[in-house]
Ligand binder design. Structure first.
Ligand SMILES: Cc1cc2nc3c(=O)[nH]c(=O)nc-3n(C[C@H](O)[C@H](O)[C@H](O)COP(=O)(O)OP(=O)(O)OC[C@H]3O[C@@H](n4cnc5c(N)ncnc54)[C@H](O)[C@@H]3O)c2cc1C
Length: 425
């Protein structure tokens, strides 16, 4: 080990000193306004989403119509698109507030779609808002936020590691005033039935690795765009928004004006998109975990075996205690990261930390809740089986656990190596 690095680990040079700008626990409490808004979202979920979950799960023409109807109600109630500020067509704009709202929205897998803040459209909306030209905002952002069209984000490729996109092979070559795109992507979520995609393609293979790629807006009906198939995952093919698609791009021509941001800015924009996107996922997982936890506690108090309630068995009590600790730890880590982002900090360490920590907690909490329910936990009589099959992907999408651990450790060690240590503020 580098001796300076080792020294700084042993002597953290004020790493634990008190910082006057540190976040306090009161910064992370919802204000009365936020509590009132959260109560409205909860009431909406109770009245319109939970009673319709099984109909929505059928994913047929009827459920498509139901989504449209419920979206109309969400809009009328001023709850639409809470991930974006009003000037971008949304109803909120603060990350911290959005975290509190997502504790309600995330409780159902359908909450995000019904309230117009679903991945990947939410992230695409955010980068169009931040980097789009006025024309791009008018043509793509406005109808996207209004819920009149859906989109997809096309970065991952089957032939190269998605964890390290410096190896992307999809190429966009300039020909006059057009890009010509050729490549093969997969896991482009929601591509089936979407109106456009944001495609990450290599535009300068000779540039340094993080300047090679560019984000390009590609209308889905452009000749050469082929949604090859919806890839079944965990036995689920999906429909429309819930699909994960393989997409081929063969000689796809789009005007240069479809470049999002600057040429070569693909990684910077992807990072801007994925950072907030990751914490949006985690916020929703808080809702999933809390719902699973409530189901676990209620069922443990009700079900009897070997002459007593499940709630009286110490193993079940341990599951409940461990879950309570993990959920609250995830909440506080998420609120802390959201607060820092609202203050203008990218919170790279905090976001990576909560991404891998909460993905594991989500899987553990939901799995314990299923176990407490026995065979019933695997049926569609509770939302737990659906939650369990969705939860596994959380440890992979938007960066696998191992990559986020690497990011956290590298940044902390770099800070120690430079003599700054690490402050838990
Ligand atoms: C449900 C779902 C939805 C998705 N939606 C989209 C989407 O809309 N658009 C899109 O572009 N992509 C999407 N993806 C793709 C996703 O972002 C990638 O799967 C992810 O980045 C990992 O890439 P990979 O699958 O190629 O795995 P690889 O990069 O091949 O990694 C395989 C495994 O190697 C291990 N690993 C990797 N790096 C390290 C390391 N440094 N140290 C130790 N171990 C390591 C990890 O365990 C990892 O799981 C989605 C994926 C899922 C599961």
């Amino acid at each position: 080990m580098d001796s300076a690095l080792a020294d700084s680990i042993l002597a953290p040079s004020g790493a634990h000193s008190c910082d006057a700008n540190a976040v306090t626990i009161t910064d992370l409490r919802p204000t009365d306004d936020v509590l009132e808004l959260r109560a409205r979202v909860r009431a909406f979920m109770e009245e319109h989403v939970y009673p319709n979950e099984q109909a929505l799960d059928r994913e047929d023409d009827g459920s498509d119509k139901l989504v449209v109807r419920l979206r109309g109600i969400a809009n009328d109630e001023g709850l639409w698109a809470p991930h974006l500020p009003p000037e971008a067509g949304g109803s909120n704009g603060s990350f911290l507030t959005y975290a509190f709202l997502n504790e309600e929205i995330g409780r159902s897998l359908w909450g995000q779609l019904v309230l117009g803040c679903q991945a990947p459209d939410a992230g695409n909306g955010e980068i169009l808002w931040q980097f789009g030209t006025e024309e791009q905002k008018e043509r793509w952002l406005k109808p996207l936020v209004a819920g009149e069209m859906r989109s997809f984000f096309s970065m991952t490729e089957p032939d190269v590691s998605g964890s390290d996109p410096t190896g992307l092979k999809t190429r966009a070559v300039r020909d006059g005033d057009e890009w010509v795109i050729d490549g093969h992507k997969w896991f482009s979520s929601g591509a089936e039935g979407a109106s456009f995609g944001i495609v990450m393609a290599v535009t300068d293979p000779d540039a340094e690795p993080h300047r090679r790629a560019t984000q390009i807006i590609v209308p889905a009906d452009t000749p050469g765009v082929e949604v090859v198939r919806a890839i079944p995952t965990m036995g689920h093919r999906g429909r429309g928004w819930t699909t994960h698609c393989e997409v081929r791009y063969s000689g796809v021509r789009v005007p240069l004006e479809n470049t999002l941001g600057e040429v070569g800015d693909g990684f910077r924009i992807a990072q801007k998109r994925l950072g907030p996107g990751r914490i949006h996922h985690v916020m929703r997982w808080l809702g999933q975990m809390q719902r699973a936890f409530e189901l676990m506690c209620s069922y443990a108090l009700e079900r009897e075996t070997f002459g007593g309630k499940l709630a009286d068995k110490q193993t079940v009590q341990n599951w409940i205690a461990d879950s309570a600790a993990e959920i609250q730890a995830c909440r506080l880590l998420t609120l802390d990261a959201a607060h820092k982002i609202d203050q203008g900090d990218e919170a790279r360490v905090e976001v990576s930390l909560i991404k891998f920590y909460a993905a594991k907690a989500l899987n553990d909490v939901v799995d314990r809740a299923v176990q407490v329910h026995g065979a019933r936990g695997l049926t569609d009589e509770t939302p737990l089986a659906g939650m369990l099959s969705q939860a596994r992907g959380a440890r992979i999408y938007d960066g696998p656990d191992e990559v986020h651990r690497m990011v956290v450790a590298r940044r902390i060690l770099k800070s120690f190596a430079s003599g700054d240590g690490w402050r838990f503020d």
